[in-house]
Design a binder for this molecule. Structure first.
Ligand code: BES
Ligand code: MN
Ligand code: ZN
Length: 491
């Protein structure tokens, strides 16, 4: 859904607007800026300690002031401003206009464009709503935020970037929130085509016949149990006026529009959220949609591996053997481990296209949720320099991740008696790592990172930056990685 909150940079505040005020905490309590007349006792009485993201609304004769905690000055990061802005937007829901000089509350050691970007993202991400299926959609009064303080090109640039990041995340969230009944593989591919035409990205769509002819055996195999035909989509962004050879980064997304588990059918509770199983491909499309406007200096290719996983009469069966695009064969021991099967074709194609680095995103394993919970994703990576680029980007973007090893000793868990490998490892043993080792078979040693976003892609929470449903996880880190990308040397 379009983002309805308008964000502007202006020198003067419009009259009658609520005022958002960032407050640092100190050992002596909250440090109130001039113009706020509240006693320390009142603040204490109302429980406001200026902890990061804490808010307090003060309604007075002069209008409404909303205090938002920033925490203590020593631990302020760019991401603190994203968190504070999200809290401020939530506390201002019932105002129509909010004015804040939050960007200027940042200490000089923090990158000013980055802070303006983070504030913009926080405001927009926290106010996202998805209402197409409400017969009576409610809307929030808040429609405008004016960022005051020192202006200038740097802050304006940050705001513009933040708006694009939030737009990309909103597209991803819309795609994830859309029911599987309407977001079929065919429809997903059509939307990708529209995104490409609107935003100057080259798009190629392969239908079920192309998929078979081009030997994408994983996507085809998984699709067999569904009446909905699969799609494979390739998107390409090429920087304008790029001189000589520019590096290429490939983004590969798992696009299972519904994961029933196939013949190994999931129970109701496990299946309940499985419209979200295309969140990886959704994030890739979200990112691609803003690249011409962000104008990074590298080429970016996106590969969306899209199909349903259903248990229909033609479904692929246990102990069937599928052949991936790169020729490797896989014996199916569990049709519910389908994500890796569609990704193996996408990764093979990224290798054929000679990408300098590859990132795949996938709601791949329940084991990642067991290991890390819902607030961070698992990162598996075969290249130290590339891993550092991604971890640095994720820190600035405020998307948490933790690195797990591609532990070679567990490769034998995938050994098959008749094919090159099985599609699952051993029960209860390092499921996320073994899935990573499976994917590694298809990257031919190129610098590659796998983000298992099974935990953070979809949520029942409604707080801070996220609202119930799709979260857009990965979009911010991918954009930050792309904007700073340097081709890593292959090990
Ligand atoms: N899409 C699921 C993983 C998932 C679980 C995503 C929960 C989001 C929330 C994936 O296709 C799956 O079913 N994985 C299996 C793999 C197993 C059969 C090896 C799992 O994790 O149980
Ligand atoms: Mn599955
Ligand atoms: Zn799945």
């Amino acid at each position: 859904m379009p983002l309805t909150l308008n964000i502007q940079l202006a020198a003067d505040a419009p009259r009658g607007a609520a005022i958002g005020i960032g407050v640092l905490s100190t050992s002596k309590g909250p440090q109130l800026p001039p113009g706020v007349s509240l006693s320390a006792a009142t603040l204490k009485g109302r429980g406001f300690e200026a902890k990061l993201g804490q808010t307090l609304a003060i309604v007075g004769r002069g209008g409404t002031q909303i205090l938002v905690g920033l925490g203590d000055t020593g631990s302020l990061t760019v991401d603190s401003f994203r968190t504070a802005a999200a809290a401020l937007a939530r506390a201002s829901y019932n105002e129509t206009t909010l004015v804040t000089a939050l960007v200027d509350a940042a200490p000089g050691r923090l990158d000013r464009a980055g802070v303006a970007q983070a504030v913009t993202e926080g405001l927009l991400l926290a106010t996202y709503v998805f209402t197409p299926y409400k017969s009576k959609p409610t809307s929030r009064p808040l429609t405008q935020v004016v960022l005051t303080g020192r202006r200038g090109r740097i802050a304006a640039q940050g705001v513009a970037t933040g708006q694009l990041v939030a737009e990309a995340a909103a597209l991803t969230r819309d795609l994830v929130n859309e029911p599987a009944m309407t977001l079929t593989p065919k429809r997903f591919a059509e939307l990708a085509t529209t995104v490409g035409a609107t935003h100057g990205i080259e798009v190629t769509v392969w239908d079920e016949n192309d998929i078979e002819r081009e030997r994408l055996g994983g996507i085809r195999g998984v699709s067999l149990g569904s009446d909905e035909p699969p799609r494979f989509v390739k998107l390409t962004y090429t920087p304008k006026g790029a001189k000589g050879k520019v590096p290429t980064i490939a983004l590969v997304g798992k696009g299972i529009t519904f994961d029933s588990g196939g013949l190994s059918l999931k129970p109701n509770d496990g299946m309940l959220t499985m419209k979200c199983d295309m969140a990886g491909a959704g994030a890739v499309l979200g990112v691609m949609s803003v690249l011409t406007r962000l104008a990074p200096q590298c080429r970016v290719t996106g590969y969306l591996c899209i199909t349903e996983n259903m248990p229909g009469p033609s479904a692929f069966k246990l102990l069937d053997v599928l052949t991936a695009r790169n020729g490797k064969t896989v014996e199916i021991h569990n049709p519910d481990a389908e994500g890796r099967l569609v990704l193996m074709d996408g990764l093979s194609l990224a290798v054929e296209d000679k990408a300098d680095a590859i990132i795949d995103l996938a709601t791949l394993t329940g084991a990642a949720i067991v290991a890390l919970g819902n607030d961070m994703c698992a990162l598996l990576c075969n290249n130290a320099a590339f891993r550092t680029q991604i971890l640095d980007a994720s820190e600035r973007a405020g998307e948490d991740m933790w690195h797990l090893p591609l532990y070679k000793k567990y490769r034998k868990h995938l050994d098959s008696s008749i094919a090159d490998m099985k599609n699952i490892g051993l029960p209860m043993q390092a499921g996320t790592i073994v899935a990573g080792l499976f994917l590694e078979e298809f990257v031919d040693g190129r610098p590659w990172a796998h983000l298992d976003i099974a935990g953070p892609a979809f949520t029942s929470n409604d707080e801070g930056l996220i609202t119930r449903g799709g979260t857009g996880f990965g979009v911010r880190t991918l954009i930050e990685t792309i904007m700073n990308f340097k081709a890593p040397s292959p090990k």
